[in-house]
Design a binder for this molecule. Structure first.
Ligand SMILES: [Cu+2]
Length: 176
């Protein structure tokens, strides 16, 4: 029952996130927008923004305790050439596209040469935090020669890590 309610809340929160339409968002959702949109703290209403950001906790989606996330390839310590194919593995949960709130599912995020992000916020979306919202289970990345590290982090329909967060071990490899 609790899971169903949380799911409904999460679905409700999905619309403003997807549409980026603050006028359509309820007041509490609006705060979330300002919270995770405000990268620069020196905004006009910086005081308000900061308190809104700390108060606006997105709903976290529960997940099975025994679920596992792992990188199938490359292997830790391997030397590879660029572009590098990275294959994602998950057990105990399913993969669903972003925006789909099926229980015990999520979508992959590949963290490239960056540590784990703040689990209370949507996973950043940039060159170091790559979202696979279509439900993809592998990708190919261009990487400069040298040592690199990759790690997987599962996100729910709103791109927020589950509770508890599900992430893989770090894989470190060398691009020749
Ligand atoms: Cu995502």
């Amino acid at each position: 029952m609790i899971a169903a309610v949380r799911l409904a809340l999460a679905l409700c929160a999905a619309a403003p996130l997807a549409l980026l339409a603050p006028s359509a968002a309820r007041a509490d959702h609006h705060e979330q927008h300002e919270g995770h949109g405000a990268v620069a703290p020196q905004q006009e209403k910086s005081g308000e923004s900061a308190s809104a950001a700390s108060a606006a906790a997105l709903p976290r989606t529960p997940r099975p305790a025994d679920a596992k996330l792992y990188i199938i390839s490359p292997k830790n310590g391997e030397t590879v050439s660029s572009p590098v194919t990275v294959r994602f593995g998950v057990s105990g949960m399913g993969v669903a596209p972003a925006g789909v709130g099926s229980p015990n599912t999520g979508h992959h995020h590949l963290l490239i040469d960056t540590p784990l992000p703040d689990f209370a916020k949507p996973i950043p979306n940039d060159a170091k935090h790559v979202h696979f919202g279509g439900g993809q289970t592998e990708t190919t990345v261009e990487l400069a020669p040298g040592e690199h590290r990759v790690q997987l982090l599962l996100g729910d329909l709103n791109h927020v890590p589950h509770d508890p967060p599900l992430y893989s071990d770090v894989v470190t490899f060398t691009v020749q």
